[in-house]
Structures are given as structure tokens and as C-alpha cells.
Design a protein around this ligand. Structure first.
Ligand code: HEM
Length: 439
């Protein structure tokens, strides 16, 4: 390729209206209920995906320059380019200013907004505590018991309807116990303070210090002084760390990712499973092999884990990955200059029916062969792959298994038709499941 072309003004405006404006209004760090309900209602069609396909055809390339509001950015649609970017993150492709500004509001020094030696130091710490390369965490049996007890309580009595509120509460309680221990399970002050800071950070600009910041971190530090056995916090003192690590900021990211993000993906996966009778049957046959599931068994429920991964692929909670180039680099044989912003658009790539035959259907089976595919970056890939990938998949799979073993469910709304292409938006706030318990 001789050079990378720049999208015309009209294409740039369309791109921003279809992708970037909804991305900001929906909420970058925590969902804005009003805007996400509105966009998902008026805009569940494939228009935004079709537009990117047309862009790629028009400029005859897997790389197109455009502007994200005012920032010149390179859209990377090409799989080799995506791999190049992610395998060289964050050394060449680092966190962009906007993400750093927004995230610093509640988790300054978090791994995901770190670079250079600081990133290496914090990555080592995260990988050690989260056991990033293990499908089943050393404390998994404890985590599984927490999930079992919490779901048992949730479904107690005559619980007939399940929706976002129940999942939100469930994942907050599970998160508090997995990270800080059982004694923290009702610490809503901690989760409320983080919720408020995340809502503020959605604004990104003109962010003063939050009035919740000091009280939130004082509480986190208090947990560090009396770590409960079996919690993630208790593992921190055994993990490699230095004054650069800033452990309390790493912990905040774990909360951030384990509450809303994991709850959303797991609820959508449950809705998808029960709306696809053939897939549900396969899952139930797999589950029926066990009278009692151990943590190890949860780790071997590959098909159910595939259901969760595919829910994440269909409606990626991280709609795009953005990077700022710290040095010049070659992409498709062309030099791309330092300071360029690079964008990997998950919301398009995951639904690109021109390159992915199963783009618009629920396809858990594709995750049986490999759990790493650079085309799908809902958990990212490469050096900065989600450090909590296997922990998140374990917790989500355990929740799904537990729910499915406790009854049958009917998706009341929003409707999903397994015989038609799946909608491009599926609003978790609207999900209602009817439960038919086993007696
Ligand atoms: C469904 C749940 C989750 C999803 C969809 C998710 C997704 C992601 C994505 C897309 C990234 C890359 C972001 C970027 O580079 O811009 C990431 C990074 C990260 N995630 Fe997750 N995540 C989830 C759960 C978790 C959990 C539960 C933890 C920890 C307990 C965690 C810890 C991390 C960390 C530490 C990073 C930064 C990695 C680095 O920069 O080296 N995530 N996650």
C-alpha cells in the first residue's frame, strides 16, 4: 500500500454520528441509563456496521484515517494490523489522553492507563494476584461458594422475575466478597462511592477531585490492614510489588470490571441461552453430567464459557479500543507517525458479516477451538490482554451454571428470535426473565 487515505468530511461526520456520539453519550466508564436506553431503542439496526463496511470498500483498505471529534485517528479493520497494535501495546501503542483523564478520576495509576516500567511492574502484580494465566484461580472454590450462597439467597422464596436490578446487586455483593472477603459483602458505601466517581468520570473533561475519592481510598486501605483469608486482597502481600505498584488503584480496577461489566455480560449470556433452545439443551446436557459442581468442573464447562464469550462478542461492553502511538510504526508497509490515535472498533469488527459468517448469530461453538482471536477484542488480546480474563470468565460461568441448575427461564423482554439476525443492541436494563423453579 502506498499511503493510507483519509475519509472525506461527510464520511467523517457520518462516522462520528453513528459511532462516536453514541459511544460518549452511552457512557464511557459506566452506562448512562437514559442515553443507552434511547440509543438501543432507536438504533438497534446494523446501520453503523454497514457504514464501516462501505467505508472499507470505498477507500479499498483495512486502514482509514478519520477524525474522532477533533483527534485525527486511524481506524484499523485489518486483522494483521490489529495484531500489530495489540502485540506492541503499551510500548508503542499506549493509553490515549481521554481514557487517562477519565480513569484517573477514580483509579489513577491503574494498569490499563500505565506505560513503560510502571506498566511492567503493575502488570506483574496484577497477573500474580489474579492468576492471569490460570483458567481456575487458586481461590476458585471459595469464590464458587460465595456465588452459590448469593444466588441461593436471591432465588429464595418465590422469586419469579429476574432482571438488571437483581444482577447488579448480585455482582456487587460477589465482587465485594471476592476482593475483600465475606465481611465486606454489605459494604454498599464502597460500591456507591465508586459508582458516583465513575458517573462523574463519564464527563472526561473539567474533572475536579471527587468528594468521594478520599473516603473511598481510606476504606480500601482499611481492608488492606486486615486482609481476610481467601480474598484477593489477602494475596496482594505475596505478589511482587514496589512503591510504584500502587496496589489500592489496581484493586479499584478489579471492582470496576467485576461489577457492572461482568454483570451486564453474564445477564445477556443467560438471556441468549434461554432464547436459543438448541444451545440451552447442549448446556443442560453438559451440566447434567455433574451432581455437584466443583471449581475445577466450572473450569471445564467450555461450551458454557463459550456462551459467555459469545455474548461479549455480540454486544461488546468495550465498544472500541483506542491507543496513542508513542513512536512511528509500520502498518501495512506504510509509516504511521507517532502521536496518531489508533482505533480498533469492536462494535463493527465483531458484527462484520463480510468477514465473519456467524457475525449476527449466537455462536458459542466458535470458542471451543480457541479462546484467543485477534478479530474479537471484548477482552482484548496481546500484551495488554485483560489481566482478569480467566477470572471474569470463571465467575460469569459459575453464575450461569448456578442459575441454570436452579430452574428454567423464559426471556420476557427484549425479545430475541434465534431464527433471525440478532439485534445490534440488547439493553441489559430492559431484560426480564421469568423463572420456573425446580421443586
Ligand atoms: C466481563 C468482564 C470484563 C471485560 C469485558 C473486560 C474487558 C477488558 C478489556 C477490553 C481490556 C483492555 C482495555 C484496553 O486496553 O483499552 C481489559 C483490561 C484489563 N482488565 Fe478486564 N475485563 C473484564 C473483567 C475484568 C476483571 C474481573 C478484572 C480483574 C479482576 C479485569 C482486569 C483487567 C486489567 C487489570 C486490565 C488492564 C490490562 C493491561 O492494561 O495490561 N478485567 N479488560
Amino acid at each position: 500500500m502506498e499511503s493510507i487515505r483519509t475519509a472525506s468530511l461527510i464520511d467523517t461526520v457520518k462516522f462520528n454520528l453513528l459511532h462516536i456520539v453514541p459511544y460518549f453519550l452511552r457512557g464511557i466508564f459506566t452506562k448512562n441509563r437514559f442515553w443507552s436506553l434511547l440509543f438501543d431503542f432507536v438504533h438497534p439496526d446494523p446501520l453503523a456496521v454497514k457504514f464501516c463496511q462501505a467505508l472499507r470498500a470505498k477507500y479499498r483498505s483495512g486502514y482509514v484515517y478519520t477524525y474522532l471529534i477533533r483527534n485525527k485517528s486511524l481506524l484499523v479493520f485489518d486483522d494483521n494490523g490489529i495484531k500489530q497494535v495489540l502485540d506492541n501495546s503499551p510500548s508503542i501503542y499506549a493509553d490515549p489522553d481521554l481514557k487517562r483523564m477519565g480513569m484517573s478520576h477514580f483509579q489513577p495509576n491503574a494498569l490499563t492507563i500505565s506505560r513503560g516500567d510502571e506498566w511492567s511492574d503493575r502488570r506483574q502484580f496484577n497477573e500474580s494476584v489474579l492468576e492471569s494465566s490460570h483458567k481456575v484461580h487458586e481461590n476458585a472454590e471459595i469464590f464458587l461458594n460465595i456465588i452459590r450462597l448469593e444466588i441461593g439467597t436471591l432465588l429464595e422464596g418465590d422469586c419469579k422475575r429476574i432482571g438488571w436490578e437483581a444482577f447488579d446487586r448480585l455482582f456487587k455483593r460477589v465482587t465485594l466478597q471476592v476482593i475483600f472477603g465475606r465481611s465486606a459483602k454489605t459494604d454498599t458505601e464502597l460500591t456507591d462511592r465508586l459508582d458516583r466517581m465513575m458517573q462523574e468520570s463519564n464527563r472526561v473533561f473539567l474533572l475536579g477531585k471527587s468528594k468521594d475519592f478520599d473516603a473511598f481510598y481510606a476504606r480500601i486501605r482499611a481492608y488492606f490492614t486486615k486482609p481476610e483469608a481467601g480474598s484477593l486482597i489477602a494475596r496482594c502481600s505475596h505478589a511482587p510489588s514496589s512503591p510504584v505498584t500502587r496496589e489500592e488503584n489496581q484493586v479499584t480496577h478489579w471492582m470496576f470490571a467485576m461489577m457492572e461489566t461482568l454483570a451486564t455480560n453474564t445477564l445477556r449470556a443467560l438471556a441468549l441461552i434461554v432464547a436459543h433452545p438448541g444451545i440451552e439443551e447442549k448446556v443442560r446436557i453438559q451440566l447434567a453430567r455433574y451432581t455437584e459442581l466443583s471449581a475445577y468442573d466450572i473450569g471445564s464447562l467450555q461450551y458454557l464459557r463459550g456462551c459467555l464469550q459469545d455474548a461479549m462478542r455480540l454486544w461488546p461492553t468495550t465498544a472500541l479500543l483506542a491507543r496513542l502511538m508513542l513512536a512511528d510504526d509500520q502498518l501495512a508497509g506504510v509509516t504511521v507517525p507517532a502521536k496518531t490515535q489508533v482505533v480498533i472498533l469492536n462494535s463493527f469488527l465483531h458484527r462484520d458479516s463480510e468477514t465473519q459468517p456467524f457475525a449476527d448469530r449466537f455462536a458459542p461453538e466458535q470458542w471451543l477451538e480457541t479462546e484467543t482471536n485477534y478479530h474479537f477484542n471484548h477482552l482484548s488480546n496481546g500484551r495488554q490482554v485483560c489481566a482478569g480474563k480467566y477470572l471474569a470468565l470463571f465467575l460469569g460461568t459459575a453464575v450461569l451454571a448456578e442459575f441454570l441448575r436452579k430452574g428454567r427461564y423464559k426471556l420476557l423482554r427484549p425479545r430475541l428470535n434465534p431464527l433471525r439476525p440478532l439485534p445490534h443492541a440488547f439493553n441489559e436494563f430492559r431484560i426480564r426473565l421469568e423463572r420456573i423453579p425446580y421443586y
